[in-house]
Design a protein around this ligand. Structure first.
Ligand code: GLU
Length: 189
């Protein structure tokens, strides 16, 4: 089972995200990554293997400035445990970054639809369909884009979402199975 962490506050997000990911290491995982947002947009750093490698790559977070971010430890279900398949995943326009726990059962149909729409996939994951759906449905209202995206997903998921147009907000959505209602949260943490 993967792990998701999110942080928004007054101090650098990356070191806190890395610490959170280290606390989730006991669950087992095959790759890890963080996305941090500042005035220049969203920056993603991700690696296969141990979180120590991610700490090294980001100078323990110092190389990734910003006070809001999301992090993920991956347990690969769709696509090999590579750097590219690691989360977070970015939309083509760089506006959205997401981390995902779970499986999108209808990802193949969604992937075909999105490729036909012109979206370019970088990874082999089911997760990447979600971030392109967010871009597709975004017309200036993040909540609507999230709700429209969630309505297209079959399977189980918990998501952490950043949007460059909302630099002080983390979005989280979860759906633990078809018997549960979709839930949407948007708040400052
Ligand atoms: N299905 C997603 C993937 O393979 C998420 C796996 C997870 O929950 O870590 O990337």
């Amino acid at each position: 089972m993967c792990g998701i962490v999110g942080f928004v506050g007054k101090q650098s997000a990356a070191p806190i995200l890395l610490k959170g990911l280290q606390q989730l290491e006991y669950r087992g995982y095959d790759s890890a990554g963080i996305a941090v947002m500042d005035d220049d947009g969203i920056r993603v750093e991700k690696v296969s293997g141990r979180i120590a490698r991610l700490c090294e790559k980001t100078e323990n977070g110092a190389a990734v400035p910003g006070i809001i971010g999301i992090g993920h430890t991956r347990w690969a279900t769709h696509g090999a445990p590579t750097d590219i398949n690691a989360h977070p995943h970015l939309s083509n326009d760089g506006r959205f970054a997401i981390v995902h726990n779970g499986i999108i059962e209808n990802y193949l149909a969604l992937r075909e639809e999105l490729i036909a729409d012109g979206y370019v996939f970088r990874s082999e994951t089911d997760t990447e369909t979600i971030v392109h759906l967010l871009e597709k449905y975004y017309d200036g209202d993040i909540k609507t884009a999230v709700m429209k995206t969630a309505a297209r997903l079959e399977g189980s998921y918990a998501l952490g979402i950043l949007c460059a147009d909302a630099p002080d907000t983390l979005y989280a959505v979860d759906r633990s199975g078809r018997a549960y209602e979709k839930r949407y949260l948007s708040r400052r943490w």
